[in-house]
Design a binder for this molecule. Sequence first.
Ligand code: PBG
Length: 334
Amino acid sequence: MTLVPGTVRPRRLRTTPALRRLVSEVRVHPADLILPMFVKETLNEPAPLDSMPGVVQHTLDSLLDAAREAVEAGVGGLMLFGIPEHKDDDGSQADDPEGILNRALTLLRDDLGDSTVIMADLCLDEFTSHGHCGVLDAHGGVDNDATLDRYASMALAQAQAGAQVLGLSGMMDGQVAACREALDLEGFTDVVVMAYSAKYASAFFGPFREAVDSELQGDRKTYQQDPANGREAMRELELDLAEGADVVMVKPGTPYLDVLAEVACESPVPVWAYQVSGEYAMVEFAAAAGAIDRERAIEESLIGFKRAGADAILTYWATEVAQGLKGGASGARS
Ligand code: PBG
């Protein structure tokens, strides 16, 4: 059948802002946004990051202020990363109850209670002198099973400190099972395990290195996924689910929206996505150069995540976007 010209007009539904709002398939809500935050030991003042304009390494005091502001804006949760003064081969500060991350978790949980969801990055790279996500074997490779023992110990320290969600971002095989078992044995059956199921060896983590003062020796290609592999993400998803993951994550976001869409179709548990440091930096620097409209680019990128199927998004813009959404009557900013 030939289309009668002029009968079918998709433009009809685009004629007014109200109509466009009514027919939009997805929208971003403040509660869908999770704010990643960096807290560094021995800082007297918050330290701005050159590679992420607008993001800082926090002191404990400034962390608390920023966390309260985020909660006030209605963000869904806070994801904490800690940067210790002393890094060593085993990342010993990671599971020390007095380590900066664990102290920060307790501080926020005591102050904010259940008004938001406090999450902890569970990985060793912020804590190791060599910058790898695990401990090394005699040949300098990352030792999977020895690392699992460290992760299990971190899981307990973070749960003890008050974290409600643990973000397992190290990409070791068996990490979900190892942490779940350790938590359950100690009675932390309600602590949520969020698995970074599909995490790629990505250039877009670049600015994060500055954020956590990491000088990585080598690369992460023996444990993070090859950017070429989509099917492998489904295998990782299956394993994490079998091991008991409560939530799964795809990371980075923008270059992997196809993976996100497929995981979102298949997953029986919530699917989150991480708009990582490099994605943030690209928009900020392009906007600063006058090349793109900053606010529209931020909003469009977040809508892209939602359309691909993300239930929640970790983004460094969480507070700002949540504030904007709260202020706007429409629930969409433009
Ligand atoms: C690992 C971890 C990384 C990020 C979050 N968790 C770094 C990496 O795996 O190389 C990156 C986040 C970002 O780039 O915003 N602890």
